[in-house]
Design a protein around this ligand. Structure first.
Ligand code: ZN
Length: 233
């Protein structure tokens, strides 16, 4: 009892020095919670797309670029819980949000056996300038957590971003495609040839960025390419 009291006291002290708060609602986390509190977890809108081979994300790629399997984990809602999570990851230096999201993604992809079929995971590259500014690539943090505790390789070198894209808003479908089609480049093929590659992204909207990455990945002659995004708008 006394030990429990002391450990709780120590935890309170740690919370004051290093605040351990939920990335979504900013409430203090309690014992057993990590990164996201239980209330926020239950409010996150799961898509369950991994159980549906003809889901909305697969359909985005139909007629554009071949993908074996494609999913998003959560529905993206403006001012919603998923947006808060991704905002914390991208703009509030909460890289633990990315690790948490990657762990959830890994759990879901394991449950539908997708992960058993993957050889190598490639995160959507961030422009080096942006990465320097943020300190990390958010998709890489997610990808790293997906492969941890598996034998799957993580490849952050083969696919590179060679320029930053200009703002996409107010552009038509063709212009958006033209805007992003030349910003990714496959610089190395050895890790990907004859492999089943999983591309990892944070959010998918039109699919233009994902399509550009996947077309580059196909240049390495992989066995197949699959795609997962944390959220879909
Ligand atoms: Zn919360």
């Amino acid at each position: 009892m006394k030990n429990r009291f002391l450990s709780d006291l120590f935890r309170c002290f740690l919370n004051i020095v290093f605040p351990n708060t939920c990335v979504v609602c900013d409430n203090y986390l309690v014992r057993g919670e990590k990164t996201v509190c239980i209330n926020c977890i239950s409010a996150l809108p799961l898509t369950h797309y991994c159980k549906d081979p003809d889901n909305k994300i697969c359909k985005i790629f139909w007629g554009r670029v071949p993908v074996q399997e494609a999913f998003s984990i959560y529905h993206f809602e403006k001012s919603g819980y998923v947006q808060a999570l991704l905002h914390a990851l991208k703009y509030r230096s909460r890289d633990d949000a990315g690790t948490w999201l990657g762990e959830q993604t890994s759990r879901i992809l394991k449950s539908c056996h997708t992960l058993d079929r993957i050889d190598v995971v490639v995160p959507v590259p961030l422009h080096p300038g942006r990465q320097k500014q943020r300190g990390y690539n958010q998709s890489e943090i997610i990808a790293k957590a997906i492969v941890s505790k598996t034998n799957i390789a993580l490849d952050t070198k083969s696919l590179q971003r060679i320029s930053a894209n200009k703002t996409q808003t107010k552009k038509g479908k063709y212009d958006r495609w033209k805007n992003v089609s030349s910003i990714f480049k496959l610089v190395e093929t050895n890790n990907l040839t004859n492999k089943h590659v999983l591309l990892v992204d944070d959010v998918i909207t039109t699919g233009a960025t994902a399509e550009a990455c996947i077309s580059e990945l196909w240049k390495a002659k992989p066995a197949s390419v699959s795609y997962v995004a944390i959220a879909s708008a």
